[in-house]
Design a protein around this ligand. Sequence first.
Ligand SMILES: *[C@@H]1O[C@H](CO)[C@@H](O)[C@H](O)[C@H]1NC(C)=O
Length: 334
Amino acid sequence: MQKNPYLALLILWPLALISLSSSNPCDPTNQRDPRALRSDQITVLMNGYSESRIPLLRSLASTYTSSPLVSSVLVLWGNPSTSAQTLARLAHNLSLSSFGPAPISLVRQRSNSLNDRFLPRFSIGTHAVLICDDDVEVDSRSFEFAFKVWRLNPDRLIGLFVRSHDMDLGAKQWIYTVHGDKYSIVLTKFMMLKSEYLWRYSCEGGAQMSEVRRTVDRMKNCEDILMNFVVADEVKAGPILVGAEKVRDWGDARNDGDGGRGLKDGEGRRVREVGLSSRRREHRKRRGDCLREFHKVLGRMPLRYSYGKVVNSVGEQGLCLKGGKLVFCDQYRR
Ligand SMILES: *[C@@H]1O[C@H](CO)[C@@H](O)[C@H](O)[C@H]1NC(C)=O
């Protein structure tokens, strides 16, 4: 398009400067004034990795743009071996896939570090962010309800998939597990939180946080657990589980049925525990290793249990599950 190469250089030069100056995500100029952030909308940060899932990713991203609550969708591409050509095509396709006024943009992550999904970004113009995977499909009413719950509890972590830490009394060590009646960890399959926590995770906490972020890199796992540590440490409260009407986790065959998400009856859970594959046992062990390592380095266990599940009711008033009983949500907050 550009005939004069000098003119092109002149135009591109400021762009090069911009990308250089923002190359340190923790540069204070990258931190937005919270007063300038919108509260009525949310920014969706969708993780992308697998090229074979691109059609699904496009469909999920465009569904989010059809919600008036979404300010923009950022697809964070974390697979370093994807070719520039494929990414350019994906970026083009995504720019055509937006249903609503919310734009979709594609960002190639600067490294394959799992910590990068929590990097603060100047383009995030909202108080709330949704961290989600490219294979988790949530119906729009549940998404909107989850955002409503976040707005009532902006300091908490909100999610649809939960797990737990626990103390193994025999081995006297922290373990990673699933409980039928309580939870302390929200998974990044679908996690809503205030954008300030991205800064806290990536840029604060001194040497201890640097060390546990390095643990995430070494384990190639557990960035979600670490975010739960960061938030629980800040608010001294556990996360909030929201019950969704329809969720499909394409990455997890168990979720064709009830999904191991949410708080289901203990019976079904025991059956699944027995059927734990060795791969899943290995996964659980690694996650336990992370819990122990984070606990050791930080010198404390900030994770807290929550017991309720917030569900959307037919009427105006949300109903919350508390101790096995449905109560109005205003009685739910403890
Ligand atoms: C882009 O869209 C075209 C047409 O739908 C499709 O054939 C191609 O696979 C897509 N590529 C990517 C990377 O999304």
